[in-house]
Design a protein around this ligand. Structure first.
Ligand code: SAM
Ligand code: SF4
Length: 358
Protein backbone atom coordinates (compact mmCIF):
# COMPACT_ATOMS: atom_id res chain seq x y z
CA UNK A 1 0.00 0.00 0.00
CA UNK A 2 1.37 3.42 -0.94
CA UNK A 3 0.80 6.79 0.69
CA UNK A 4 0.40 10.04 -1.27
CA UNK A 5 4.17 10.62 -1.07
CA UNK A 6 4.89 7.30 -2.81
CA UNK A 7 6.19 5.52 0.32
CA UNK A 8 5.36 1.83 0.59
CA UNK A 9 3.61 1.13 3.91
CA UNK A 10 3.98 -2.54 4.81
CA UNK A 11 4.73 -2.51 8.56
CA UNK A 12 2.23 -2.11 11.40
CA UNK A 13 2.93 -1.76 15.11
CA UNK A 14 0.03 -2.83 17.32
CA UNK A 15 -0.16 -1.83 20.97
CA UNK A 16 -2.18 -4.64 22.55
CA UNK A 17 -2.47 -3.16 26.06
CA UNK A 18 -1.87 0.09 27.93
CA UNK A 19 -0.93 -1.87 31.09
CA UNK A 20 2.67 -2.36 32.12
CA UNK A 21 4.62 -3.97 34.95
CA UNK A 22 7.29 -1.23 34.85
CA UNK A 23 7.01 2.53 35.32
CA UNK A 24 9.67 3.96 32.99
CA UNK A 25 9.95 7.63 33.77
CA UNK A 26 9.89 8.73 30.12
CA UNK A 27 6.95 6.50 29.17
CA UNK A 28 4.53 5.57 31.95
CA UNK A 29 5.54 7.02 35.32
CA UNK A 30 3.50 6.29 38.45
CA UNK A 31 -0.01 7.73 38.50
CA UNK A 32 -1.05 7.21 34.88
CA UNK A 33 -4.75 6.42 34.46
CA UNK A 34 -5.41 3.07 32.84
CA UNK A 35 -8.10 2.75 30.19
CA UNK A 36 -11.14 0.65 31.20
CA UNK A 37 -10.73 -2.90 29.82
CA UNK A 38 -13.66 -2.62 27.41
CA UNK A 39 -11.94 0.33 25.71
CA UNK A 40 -9.03 -1.89 24.68
CA UNK A 41 -9.34 -3.98 21.52
CA UNK A 42 -10.10 -7.68 21.97
CA UNK A 43 -7.87 -10.32 20.38
CA UNK A 44 -10.53 -10.95 17.72
CA UNK A 45 -10.76 -7.24 16.90
CA UNK A 46 -6.99 -7.02 16.55
CA UNK A 47 -7.01 -10.02 14.22
CA UNK A 48 -9.85 -8.52 12.16
CA UNK A 49 -8.04 -5.24 11.63
CA UNK A 50 -4.79 -7.04 10.84
CA UNK A 51 -6.69 -9.08 8.23
CA UNK A 52 -7.89 -5.88 6.53
CA UNK A 53 -4.43 -4.30 6.75
CA UNK A 54 -2.78 -7.42 5.30
CA UNK A 55 -5.22 -7.41 2.39
CA UNK A 56 -3.94 -3.89 1.63
CA UNK A 57 -0.26 -4.85 1.81
CA UNK A 58 0.84 -4.89 5.46
CA UNK A 59 3.38 -7.73 5.65
CA UNK A 60 5.05 -7.32 9.06
CA UNK A 61 3.46 -6.77 12.44
CA UNK A 62 5.09 -5.75 15.72
CA UNK A 63 3.21 -6.65 18.90
CA UNK A 64 3.89 -3.97 21.52
CA UNK A 65 2.21 -2.23 24.48
CA UNK A 66 2.27 -1.16 27.33
CA UNK A 67 3.92 -4.43 28.13
CA UNK A 68 2.48 -7.03 25.72
CA UNK A 69 3.38 -9.97 27.97
CA UNK A 70 1.14 -8.73 30.82
CA UNK A 71 -1.84 -9.34 28.56
CA UNK A 72 -3.15 -12.82 29.09
CA UNK A 73 -3.16 -14.71 25.79
CA UNK A 74 -0.46 -12.57 24.19
CA UNK A 75 1.07 -15.75 22.74
CA UNK A 76 -2.32 -16.83 21.39
CA UNK A 77 -2.58 -13.45 19.67
CA UNK A 78 0.84 -13.97 18.07
CA UNK A 79 -0.44 -17.28 16.63
CA UNK A 80 -3.67 -15.58 15.48
CA UNK A 81 -1.70 -12.87 13.68
CA UNK A 82 0.62 -15.45 12.12
CA UNK A 83 -2.44 -17.15 10.63
CA UNK A 84 -3.62 -13.97 8.85
CA UNK A 85 -3.16 -14.39 5.07
CA UNK A 86 -0.44 -12.03 3.81
CA UNK A 87 1.32 -11.49 7.16
CA UNK A 88 4.90 -12.71 6.72
CA UNK A 89 6.41 -11.87 10.11
CA UNK A 90 5.18 -11.17 13.63
CA UNK A 91 7.68 -9.82 16.15
CA UNK A 92 7.36 -8.51 19.71
CA UNK A 93 8.83 -5.67 21.75
CA UNK A 94 8.95 -6.41 25.49
CA UNK A 95 10.62 -5.05 28.60
CA UNK A 96 11.77 -8.63 29.22
CA UNK A 97 10.60 -8.92 32.83
CA UNK A 98 8.22 -11.83 32.06
CA UNK A 99 10.01 -12.99 28.93
CA UNK A 100 11.77 -16.08 30.24
CA UNK A 101 8.45 -17.68 31.19
CA UNK A 102 6.95 -16.94 27.75
CA UNK A 103 9.89 -17.80 25.48
CA UNK A 104 8.69 -21.32 24.76
CA UNK A 105 5.03 -20.38 24.09
CA UNK A 106 6.19 -17.48 21.89
CA UNK A 107 8.36 -19.82 19.85
CA UNK A 108 5.49 -22.31 19.58
CA UNK A 109 3.25 -19.47 18.36
CA UNK A 110 5.79 -18.78 15.61
CA UNK A 111 7.32 -15.48 16.74
CA UNK A 112 9.82 -14.16 14.17
CA UNK A 113 11.86 -11.80 16.34
CA UNK A 114 12.15 -10.49 19.90
CA UNK A 115 13.13 -6.95 20.92
CA UNK A 116 14.03 -6.42 24.56
CA UNK A 117 14.04 -2.86 25.92
CA UNK A 118 16.96 -2.29 28.27
CA UNK A 119 18.43 1.17 28.77
CA UNK A 120 21.27 0.37 31.16
CA UNK A 121 23.14 -2.55 32.72
CA UNK A 122 23.56 -0.75 36.02
CA UNK A 123 21.11 -2.20 38.56
CA UNK A 124 20.55 1.04 40.45
CA UNK A 125 20.11 3.12 37.26
CA UNK A 126 17.67 0.51 35.96
CA UNK A 127 15.66 0.79 39.15
CA UNK A 128 15.76 4.58 38.91
CA UNK A 129 14.49 4.54 35.29
CA UNK A 130 11.86 1.78 35.57
CA UNK A 131 10.82 2.00 39.23
CA UNK A 132 11.49 -1.75 39.69
CA UNK A 133 14.45 -3.92 40.68
CA UNK A 134 14.02 -6.38 37.81
CA UNK A 135 17.23 -6.17 35.81
CA UNK A 136 18.34 -9.70 36.73
CA UNK A 137 15.10 -11.19 35.36
CA UNK A 138 15.58 -9.24 32.12
CA UNK A 139 19.20 -10.30 31.70
CA UNK A 140 18.37 -13.95 32.35
CA UNK A 141 15.60 -13.87 29.73
CA UNK A 142 17.85 -12.04 27.29
CA UNK A 143 20.56 -14.70 27.51
CA UNK A 144 17.97 -17.47 27.03
CA UNK A 145 16.43 -15.64 24.06
CA UNK A 146 19.82 -15.09 22.42
CA UNK A 147 20.29 -18.85 22.22
CA UNK A 148 17.07 -19.30 20.20
CA UNK A 149 16.90 -19.42 16.40
CA UNK A 150 15.17 -16.00 16.05
CA UNK A 151 16.75 -12.53 15.83
CA UNK A 152 17.00 -10.80 19.22
CA UNK A 153 17.57 -7.05 19.56
CA UNK A 154 18.10 -4.77 22.52
CA UNK A 155 16.48 -1.33 22.41
CA UNK A 156 18.09 1.34 24.62
CA UNK A 157 16.76 4.88 24.63
CA UNK A 158 19.61 7.36 24.73
CA UNK A 159 18.88 9.85 27.46
CA UNK A 160 21.55 12.26 28.51
CA UNK A 161 21.04 11.74 32.23
CA UNK A 162 24.25 13.65 32.90
CA UNK A 163 22.71 16.80 31.42
CA UNK A 164 19.75 16.39 33.73
CA UNK A 165 21.95 16.63 36.79
CA UNK A 166 21.36 12.94 37.59
CA UNK A 167 23.91 10.44 38.89
CA UNK A 168 25.94 8.61 36.22
CA UNK A 169 25.27 5.20 34.67
CA UNK A 170 22.59 5.94 32.04
CA UNK A 171 23.04 5.00 28.39
CA UNK A 172 23.96 8.58 27.47
CA UNK A 173 27.17 8.31 29.44
CA UNK A 174 30.30 6.36 28.76
CA UNK A 175 29.86 3.62 31.37
CA UNK A 176 26.20 3.27 30.41
CA UNK A 177 26.55 2.82 26.66
CA UNK A 178 29.79 0.87 26.84
CA UNK A 179 28.28 -1.88 29.00
CA UNK A 180 25.38 -2.16 26.55
CA UNK A 181 27.74 -2.33 23.55
CA UNK A 182 29.71 -5.06 25.31
CA UNK A 183 26.59 -7.27 25.42
CA UNK A 184 26.98 -7.77 21.65
CA UNK A 185 30.48 -9.19 22.11
CA UNK A 186 29.45 -12.65 23.36
CA UNK A 187 25.70 -12.67 22.71
CA UNK A 188 24.09 -12.96 19.27
CA UNK A 189 22.04 -9.80 19.82
CA UNK A 190 21.95 -6.44 18.06
CA UNK A 191 22.25 -3.54 20.50
CA UNK A 192 20.30 -0.54 19.21
CA UNK A 193 20.36 2.96 20.60
CA UNK A 194 17.15 4.97 20.13
CA UNK A 195 17.05 8.75 20.34
CA UNK A 196 14.49 9.86 22.91
CA UNK A 197 11.51 11.40 21.14
CA UNK A 198 9.50 14.30 22.60
CA UNK A 199 6.27 12.29 22.91
CA UNK A 200 4.37 12.01 26.19
CA UNK A 201 6.69 12.04 29.18
CA UNK A 202 9.65 11.81 26.79
CA UNK A 203 9.33 15.59 26.39
CA UNK A 204 10.84 16.04 29.84
CA UNK A 205 14.09 14.35 28.81
CA UNK A 206 16.90 15.39 26.56
CA UNK A 207 18.00 12.88 23.97
CA UNK A 208 21.61 12.11 23.41
CA UNK A 209 22.83 13.13 19.93
CA UNK A 210 23.69 9.90 18.12
CA UNK A 211 26.30 11.60 15.95
CA UNK A 212 28.24 12.22 19.14
CA UNK A 213 27.51 8.75 20.53
CA UNK A 214 28.78 7.15 17.30
CA UNK A 215 32.01 9.16 17.55
CA UNK A 216 32.45 8.05 21.16
CA UNK A 217 31.86 4.40 20.27
CA UNK A 218 34.30 4.67 17.34
CA UNK A 219 36.94 6.12 19.65
CA UNK A 220 36.53 3.16 22.02
CA UNK A 221 36.33 0.58 19.20
CA UNK A 222 38.50 1.85 16.29
CA UNK A 223 37.64 -1.21 14.16
CA UNK A 224 33.97 -0.16 13.99
CA UNK A 225 32.65 -0.35 10.44
CA UNK A 226 29.30 0.05 8.68
CA UNK A 227 27.22 -3.15 8.48
CA UNK A 228 25.07 -2.98 5.33
CA UNK A 229 23.30 -6.32 5.84
CA UNK A 230 19.53 -6.19 6.36
CA UNK A 231 18.64 -6.61 10.05
CA UNK A 232 14.89 -6.02 10.04
CA UNK A 233 12.18 -3.75 8.71
CA UNK A 234 13.10 -0.45 10.29
CA UNK A 235 15.27 2.64 9.92
CA UNK A 236 18.20 1.53 12.13
CA UNK A 237 21.73 2.02 10.76
CA UNK A 238 24.06 -0.79 11.83
CA UNK A 239 27.78 -1.07 12.57
CA UNK A 240 30.01 -4.08 13.25
CA UNK A 241 32.85 -4.34 15.72
CA UNK A 242 35.44 -7.00 14.80
CA UNK A 243 35.08 -10.09 16.99
CA UNK A 244 31.58 -9.17 18.18
CA UNK A 245 28.68 -11.60 17.65
CA UNK A 246 26.02 -8.89 17.40
CA UNK A 247 25.90 -5.49 15.66
CA UNK A 248 25.39 -1.99 17.05
CA UNK A 249 22.41 -0.04 15.67
CA UNK A 250 21.23 3.56 15.78
CA UNK A 251 17.65 4.74 15.41
CA UNK A 252 18.12 8.48 15.23
CA UNK A 253 14.73 10.05 14.62
CA UNK A 254 15.92 13.47 15.85
CA UNK A 255 19.48 13.87 14.54
CA UNK A 256 19.08 11.60 11.52
CA UNK A 257 15.51 12.13 10.31
CA UNK A 258 14.39 9.17 8.15
CA UNK A 259 10.78 10.15 7.32
CA UNK A 260 11.39 9.79 3.56
CA UNK A 261 11.81 6.04 4.07
CA UNK A 262 9.05 5.58 6.65
CA UNK A 263 7.18 2.30 6.08
CA UNK A 264 4.89 2.13 9.09
CA UNK A 265 1.63 2.90 10.80
CA UNK A 266 0.70 2.36 14.44
CA UNK A 267 -2.43 1.03 16.14
CA UNK A 268 -3.00 2.24 19.69
CA UNK A 269 -4.40 -0.06 22.36
CA UNK A 270 -7.82 1.56 21.77
CA UNK A 271 -7.71 0.78 18.06
CA UNK A 272 -6.78 4.21 16.68
CA UNK A 273 -4.60 4.02 13.57
CA UNK A 274 -1.88 6.67 13.83
CA UNK A 275 -0.16 7.52 10.58
CA UNK A 276 2.76 9.41 12.17
CA UNK A 277 4.14 9.40 15.72
CA UNK A 278 4.25 13.18 15.84
CA UNK A 279 0.61 14.00 15.07
CA UNK A 280 -2.79 12.83 16.20
CA UNK A 281 -3.85 12.29 12.54
CA UNK A 282 -5.37 8.91 11.81
CA UNK A 283 -8.60 6.99 12.02
CA UNK A 284 -10.62 5.31 14.76
CA UNK A 285 -10.75 1.68 13.61
CA UNK A 286 -12.46 0.61 16.82
CA UNK A 287 -15.46 2.69 15.81
CA UNK A 288 -15.61 0.72 12.55
CA UNK A 289 -15.13 -2.61 14.34
CA UNK A 290 -17.81 -1.89 16.93
CA UNK A 291 -20.25 0.10 14.86
CA UNK A 292 -23.70 -0.47 16.34
CA UNK A 293 -22.45 -2.96 18.94
CA UNK A 294 -20.83 -0.67 21.53
CA UNK A 295 -23.30 -1.47 24.32
CA UNK A 296 -22.69 -5.17 23.98
CA UNK A 297 -19.01 -4.74 24.75
CA UNK A 298 -19.83 -3.58 28.23
CA UNK A 299 -21.36 -6.96 28.97
CA UNK A 300 -19.41 -10.13 29.17
CA UNK A 301 -19.93 -13.55 27.55
CA UNK A 302 -22.39 -14.33 24.80
CA UNK A 303 -22.96 -10.72 23.68
CA UNK A 304 -19.25 -10.24 23.19
CA UNK A 305 -19.02 -13.49 21.28
CA UNK A 306 -21.91 -12.38 19.07
CA UNK A 307 -19.98 -9.20 18.28
CA UNK A 308 -16.95 -11.25 17.38
CA UNK A 309 -19.17 -13.22 15.00
CA UNK A 310 -19.35 -10.01 12.93
CA UNK A 311 -15.58 -10.02 12.66
CA UNK A 312 -14.91 -13.56 11.51
CA UNK A 313 -17.33 -15.77 9.70
CA UNK A 314 -20.52 -13.86 10.63
CA UNK A 315 -22.88 -12.42 8.00
CA UNK A 316 -21.53 -8.86 8.46
CA UNK A 317 -17.93 -9.92 8.24
CA UNK A 318 -17.35 -8.87 4.64
CA UNK A 319 -18.91 -5.46 5.20
CA UNK A 320 -16.76 -4.85 8.31
CA UNK A 321 -13.65 -5.81 6.32
CA UNK A 322 -14.65 -3.52 3.45
CA UNK A 323 -15.13 -0.56 5.79
CA UNK A 324 -11.89 -1.28 7.65
CA UNK A 325 -9.94 -1.35 4.40
CA UNK A 326 -11.50 1.89 3.22
CA UNK A 327 -10.62 3.61 6.52
CA UNK A 328 -7.05 2.27 6.57
CA UNK A 329 -6.39 3.15 2.92
CA UNK A 330 -7.60 6.71 3.43
CA UNK A 331 -5.58 7.29 6.63
CA UNK A 332 -2.44 5.85 5.04
CA UNK A 333 -2.89 8.03 1.95
CA UNK A 334 -2.96 11.10 4.21
CA UNK A 335 0.14 10.12 6.18
CA UNK A 336 2.13 13.30 6.91
CA UNK A 337 5.36 13.80 4.94
CA UNK A 338 7.57 14.12 8.02
CA UNK A 339 7.62 14.53 11.78
CA UNK A 340 8.14 17.92 13.40
CA UNK A 341 10.10 16.96 16.53
CA UNK A 342 12.42 19.88 15.83
CA UNK A 343 9.42 22.24 16.23
CA UNK A 344 7.81 21.05 19.48
CA UNK A 345 5.02 23.65 19.20
CA UNK A 346 3.75 21.82 16.07
CA UNK A 347 3.50 18.37 17.71
CA UNK A 348 -0.20 17.52 18.05
CA UNK A 349 0.12 14.05 19.63
CA UNK A 350 -0.91 14.14 23.28
CA UNK A 351 -1.10 10.40 24.09
CA UNK A 352 1.63 8.66 26.06
CA UNK A 353 3.98 6.10 24.51
CA UNK A 354 2.48 3.34 26.64
CA UNK A 355 -0.74 3.66 24.62
CA UNK A 356 0.97 4.20 21.26
CA UNK A 357 3.49 1.38 21.58
CA UNK A 358 6.77 3.12 20.74
N1 SAM B 1 6.86 -2.41 27.17
C1 SAM B 1 7.49 -2.75 25.94
C2 SAM B 1 8.94 -2.29 25.95
O1 SAM B 1 9.32 -1.55 26.84
O2 SAM B 1 9.64 -2.70 25.03
C3 SAM B 1 6.80 -2.24 24.70
C4 SAM B 1 6.24 -0.84 24.72
S1 SAM B 1 7.44 0.47 24.82
C5 SAM B 1 6.38 1.88 24.67
C6 SAM B 1 8.27 0.34 23.26
C7 SAM B 1 9.56 1.10 23.16
O3 SAM B 1 9.30 2.49 23.16
C8 SAM B 1 10.55 0.82 24.28
O4 SAM B 1 11.77 0.41 23.71
C9 SAM B 1 10.69 2.17 24.95
O5 SAM B 1 11.97 2.36 25.49
C10 SAM B 1 10.39 3.11 23.80
N2 SAM B 1 10.00 4.46 24.18
C11 SAM B 1 9.10 4.84 25.11
N3 SAM B 1 9.01 6.19 25.15
C12 SAM B 1 9.88 6.67 24.23
C13 SAM B 1 10.24 7.97 23.76
N4 SAM B 1 9.69 9.08 24.26
N5 SAM B 1 11.17 8.07 22.77
C14 SAM B 1 11.74 6.96 22.24
N6 SAM B 1 11.44 5.71 22.61
C15 SAM B 1 10.51 5.56 23.59
FE1 SF4 C 1 6.37 -0.13 30.24
FE2 SF4 C 1 7.77 -0.32 27.98
FE3 SF4 C 1 6.73 2.04 28.73
FE4 SF4 C 1 8.73 1.00 30.15
S1 SF4 C 1 8.82 1.65 27.99
S2 SF4 C 1 6.83 1.89 31.00
S3 SF4 C 1 8.36 -1.13 29.98
S4 SF4 C 1 5.58 0.29 28.16
Amino acid sequence: MKDSKGRIIDYMRISITDRCNLRCRYCMPHGIRREPKQEILSMEEIQALATAAAALGIRRVKVTGGEPLVRRDCCRLVAMLKSVPGIEAVTITTNGVLLEKYLEPLMEAGIDGINVSLDTLDRETYRRITGQDKINEVLKALRAAAALPVPVKINAVSVDFGKMGEPSGGPGERPGWQALVELARDLAVDVRFIEMMPIGFGRQFETMNHKRLLEDIRAAYPGLERDETVHGFGPAKYYKIPGFMGSIGFISAIHGKFCGECNRVRITSKGYLKSCLCYEDGVDLRAVLRDGTEGAYEQAGTEERRCHGRLAGGPDCEEVQRRLKEAIRQAVWQKPAAHCFERPQDITESENMSKIGG
